[in-house]
Ligand binder design. Sequence first.
Ligand code: DX5
Ligand code: ZN
Length: 217
Amino acid sequence: MKRPIISPSILSANFAHLADDMKMVNESDADWVHIDIMDGVFVPNISFGFPVLKYVAELTTKPLDVHLMIVQPEKFIPEVKALGAEIMNVHFEACPHLHRVIQQIKEAGMKPAVTINPATPVSFLKDIIKDVYMVLLMSVNPGFGGQKFIENTIDKVKELRELIEVSGSHALIEIDGGVNLETGKRLVEAGADVLVAGSAIFNAPDPIKMTKEMKNL
Ligand code: DX5
Ligand code: ZN
């Protein structure tokens, strides 16, 4: 089985010691850095904005995987690009004109990803699957770290894997929320390519060791 791509979510990092936490991620087996931007409208929480993320971007040596949990994410394509982001994730539920937004992200020189909430069916992705670099399946309701994994995500991974194969898409499957060694193993077996992990990595006694264990699932 292919080893998963690991994308630690800095939502669970210690922002009073950001440089230390970013150094840890740089030195770990993590492949990407996952950045959760929240607006208090699309989700019931506010995380951090671009003035703070400028420093995160300066401190990391890994590609940025930016997850926008905001309404009208297309407004911030230039800001996300200016961070040097490689991947820009927008929510299906926040984009009535998703096809246009995906093209705009590509035109800006980033890889477009679409995210769906736990209650959004995989089948809704049928007409966009060939245009995206990645699909992010939320395995918790977005807004907070440390929540419990929603079990039917495993079935959604299998369904999405089938949709990708049938459509001839090359999209990666990323999972976000409640990912730990136990859920991560089952997700990889079901066909997930990318695991996002916040609390499982940053709250671990040894985050470097935990990242390695996830990478070796
Ligand atoms: C939740 C965020 C996640 C969050 C995951 O809305 O999108 O990226 O940081 O945290 P854990 O891994 O603790 O569930
Ligand atoms: Zn996220």
